[in-house]
Design a protein around this ligand. Sequence first.
Ligand SMILES: C[S@@+](CC[C@H](N)C(=O)[O-])C[C@H]1O[C@@H](n2cnc3c(N)ncnc32)[C@H](O)[C@@H]1O
Length: 398
Amino acid sequence: MTASEKALDRRIKQHVIAKECVFFAVVQPGFEEVAADELREIGVADGMRIVEGGIEFTGRLDACYRLNVCSRTATRVMMRIAEFKASNFVKLRTHACGIPWELHIKNGRSIVFSITCHHSRLYHTGRIEEELRGAISERLALYGLVPVFPDAAGGGDIPQTVFIRFDNDRCHVSLDTSGEPLYRRGYKTHGVEAPLRETLAALILRAAHAERYGMIIDPMCGSGTFAIEAAMMMRRSLPGLHRDFAFMQWPSFRPAAFQYLVRSLSGGDAVSAPLPGTVVCSDIDDSALAAARENARQAGVQDAVLPEKRDFLREKIVIPPDVKALIALNPPYGRRLSSGDTGALYRRIGETIRGYAGCGYAIIVPALDLEKTMSLSYDRKILFMNGGIRVAVIVKNG
Ligand SMILES: C[S@@+](CC[C@H](N)C(=O)[O-])C[C@H]1O[C@@H](n2cnc3c(N)ncnc32)[C@H](O)[C@@H]1O
């Protein structure tokens, strides 16, 4: 190591590894409080501030690693690195050159930008990106480092995303710490039409207090997301155990320390531990069942998630009298159903659910009129967007 490399290494230890940083966990809007509970459980609640679409918290890098590896509900985690006022491009360039990019970006690293502007004099995202590219190159050149700005996404390593948000002329600069979104757990290799995101399934299971039940039923399972997430929760297996993260490419990343952290988090072999409850997973469609089976295998829960062919609206699922069950339901909706079909289906769903007296349920409902059609009581309702459609989940405690 040369003297200047040693000096840079010392600064990385001092200003990144040993320093408290501000992070932001991106969360599906509508579920911020539900995700905040998970963050508290994971132990990353210092300085917690809940805002629309996410949760801010402070901590060292290991807090950010823990959240990326353990969270079932966050979409991604970002690290705030700068905030300044910039109402013209000269100011933007000057401030961006002052950011110590050398502490975060390795030589030859690909960088992409995600830029949003609200109520700000600077709104031309192309020009903003141009200034940032120039500033980062200029700053890194002082340390003999060269960044790469790929012209099109795709191929090779996942690039480092720099998030730029302009709000009332204030520029907020953050680095993505996650890489691929955290709902990409790596198990969903087989899809169906309208699958649920893994993070959304986990949020709904948490909102319904799935941990209080001995049986989780996913009776319109599609690719099996509710069932697989429920089995992974029961086993306490780490959702991010088998994937890479953007922070692994940072100059501050220490693989041995990270491995030690992961070993301490996984607490041995949670993956092979017996399931403390039962997961029931069924669908009417053979291709959905095949997808759910394969996904359960990829997730390592094939012994716990055994998809069965069943028409939920005609065949009753047997629940032992001493077992408390939660029905997590994501019924079909959208283009393939005519409005008449949809109304009849949701009426039947309401009748069927009423036949499971004493069970808890969490049901995704695509529209207010369909919620009325089902005529089911609930304790909690959360509105959110799913696949561009405004939907709700109604939750009834069993
Ligand atoms: C919106 S998809 C569920 C998606 C699933 N949550 C996932 O993550 O992939 C609805 C599913 O309901 C199934 N379905 C429709 N009618 C059914 C019925 N009467 N009984 C059981 N499953 C049914 C469909 O085959 C489809 O797979």
